[in-house]
Design a protein around this ligand. Sequence first.
Ligand code: AMP
Ligand code: ZN
Length: 493
Amino acid sequence: MQLYKNQQIKIYNSLTGKKEPFKSINEGYVGMYVCGPTVYSNVHLGNVRTFMSFDMVFRYLKHLGYKVRYVRNITDAGHLENDADVGEDKITKKARLEEIEPMEIVQRYTVDFHNVINTFNLLPPSIEPTATGHIIEQIELINAIIENGFGYVVNGSVYFDVHKYNETNDYGILSKRKLEDLIHNTRALDGQSDKKNPQDFALWKKAEPTHIMRWPSPWSDGFPGWHLECTAMSTKYLGNQFDIHGGGMDLKFPHHECEIAQNQAALGQSPVNYWMHANMLELNGARMSKSTGNIINPAELLSGKNNIMSKAYNPSVVRFFMMQSAYRSVLDLTDNGLLASEKGFNRLMNAVADIEKLKTANQTNFDIQAWKQSCYDAMNDDFNTPILIANLFEGVNQVNAIKEGSKTITTEDLKTLKDVFNIFVFDILGLKNNQESGAGTEKLSGAVELLIKLRQEARANKDFALSDKIRDELAAVGITLNDSREGTTFTTN
Ligand code: AMP
Ligand code: ZN
């Protein structure tokens, strides 16, 4: 029997504002779509937190026996500066500044993204589609939206008619905004005069002569609007209606609101049964964000090379820190928080090691089944990982009591105890038992820094064979060097 038949999950659905019992469209199967990164810069730890939250959801659904198709896209075109409808494409802008091809930018930061999420032990999704790989699907959707009367063409660009849509639908159903309030609060910006109303959003933009990333379409040589790619890719791989759609809280409006409108307008259906939004990671009390520069990169945190933290932290400690907070809560990244998590993580790993050495007796004098179910109950309650961790520490107390002889356990129950730790600590929370201490990490980082220095010297002496050898041999043992204008950093996996 599949576990999901006994373990009823409740999910907080942003669409209804309630925790609802989860029921998938097709029994035993779950379709989940999560908005992926725009690959124009190194991912920061805020991005990592959101993807980690959905990794934990993916892991739990799989553990319950669902066959999950998890689609997480790569945004490699169409995302303009300031998330707006005018301005330069984020990727093209970076390519222009670095004087390289946009696709070189895409490649560089896709590789960085994969390295980083690998370091934090995130599982790969089932499908990782790209926006540029789905231009035809996006053009088809625009055709349908125009045919159904919700899109209009101006000077080779196509816009979504929000006012028309709102006559028969509810624009604001997800973000709980009212169109009247939006009208009141939006200024018509220069360059948006093509639109009938400032609330309308772009489905297709005609490319300026300087815009490199462009495709032919019935309306102009141009590129698709940012919101459209997710509608195209989610419906292509998961169907017109699917179970779960996730992303960071900041994407609720306008991105996800527009996705719903596009689906309704093109396909006549609301696409998603459960909308999930992960909350923000903060640094110094403000949201971590590329645009404000309030960020710390994974490599800086893991190597200890930053001005904020007192030491280097192991990726599993960072993951444990993030899992100690519920995905819907704001989390502030602090040195004290990480230090406390490091202690907790080590205590948990010591207990995991101690289980192997426990002696058994002919009776168990605590209710192990109730404890096991309490771990499931925490996860079933909208993936409440902090409560799960508190319950796991109850288990740690039992392990210590058995070790000291004040409690006993049978052979069979010891196996259950071990299984529960394995399932929740490693399979679901995704921690790794690399009890590499902070000191170990610092030593590693010292050694790699030395190699980076030697490689720089080799390059200065034009000994490129040696410099490449250092890079390649480090890569072979899972250490990737990342060169940039500011110097070389490294990531481990
Ligand atoms: P982007 O590459 O900017 O489109 O962001 C990728 C994902 O990271 C999106 O789901 C964002 O909502 C999420 N994100 C961005 N900043 C943060 C943050 N400070 N905390 C958590 N998630 C974030
Ligand atoms: Zn999206």
